[in-house]
Design a protein around this ligand. Structure first.
Ligand code: 13P
Length: 266
């Protein structure tokens, strides 16, 4: 049993596919993943598994999961801050809800840097998601430069405060701590580094939303997570799961990450 299970937080292993796998590839992947986890007799009561495919895959993933009654969750990788209207290319939270999305990733570092998303815009997206019954997976994390200048938790904590400024206690959210220097670099944070920031984020959640919400909120680690390093993160008391990028595109690897409980005790 992991420490987060003890604390009452069901671990969440999430696959952020980024801009990979079209809808046909998504169907094949999700089907094979479900089979692999069934073969392994995964107890979904002890871990939640969520897939974040590109927008164009969502309808196919929804249909497959519903038709085959697969115990997998899914969500989108971004959402518009706006309700509807003249916003070419954007996707409203209400549309995601209509596709049975449970989650939506907000504020991923690739959106912050490549699309200049500000803390204010991210806060508006978080509010839009919650307003439509979606659970935001809010990403925070520092660059290597931030780390050198401000230490490990200053930037993630500031991003968390800004994003949750208008969120009320009791709101269902997930926080993902993703140090930018660890994303796609093969250089994951150490479990101790992830725990240090996750603990600080939980203190901040407690200040912002109260102790009960802070205790109930799952904090994930993301950044070069692999089957070979997941157990170390999951042993930490404040790390409740992982947001997996590259390794989530490899079926065997991702299936093994989901089954982290098999290697946590080793
Ligand atoms: P990698 O696992 O490829 O480092 O990506 C992490 C990430 O950005 C997940 O959102």
């Amino acid at each position: 049993m992991t420490t987060s299970t003890v604390a009452g937080r069901r671990p969440l292993i999430a696959a952020n596919w980024k801009m990979n796998l079209d809808h046909l590839q998504a169907i094949a992947f999700v089907q094979k993943l479900a089979w692999s986890l069934k073969d392994a007799k995964l107890d979904y009561g002890t871990v939640e598994v969520a897939i974040f495919p590109p927008f164009t895959d969502l309808r196919s993933v929804q249909t497959l999961i519903a038709a085959d009654k697969l115990p997998l969750r899914f969500g989108a990788q971004d959402v518009s801050a706006h309700e509807s209207g003249a916003y070419t290319g954007e996707i409203a939270a209400s549309f995601l809800k209509a596709l049975d999305c449970e989650y939506v990733i907000i504020g991923h570092s690739e959106r912050r840097t490549l699309h200049d998303e500000s803390d204010e815009e991210i806060a508006t997206k978080v509010a839009a998601a919650i307003g439509h019954g979606l659970i935001p997976v809010l990403c925070v994390g520092e660059t290597a430069e931030d780390l050198e200048k401000h230490g490990p938790s200053a930037v993630p904590v500031a991003q968390l405060k800004a994003a949750l400024a208008a969120v009320k206690p009791g709101a269902d959210i997930v926080v993902a701590y993703e140090p930018v220097w660890a994303i796609g670099s093969g250089q994951a944070a150490t479990p101790a580094q992830a725990e240090q920031v996750a603990a600080q984020l939980r203190v901040t959640l407690s200040e912002l939303l109260g102790a009960d919400s802070a205790a109930a909120t799952r904090i994930l680690y993301g950044g070069s997570v692999k089957a070979s390093n997941i157990a170390g993160f999951m042993r930490e008391p404040n790390v409740d799961g992982a947001l997996v990028g590259g390794a989530s595109l490899d079926l065997t690897e991702f299936s093994s990450i989901v089954q982290f409980q098999k290697h946590v005790g080793t």
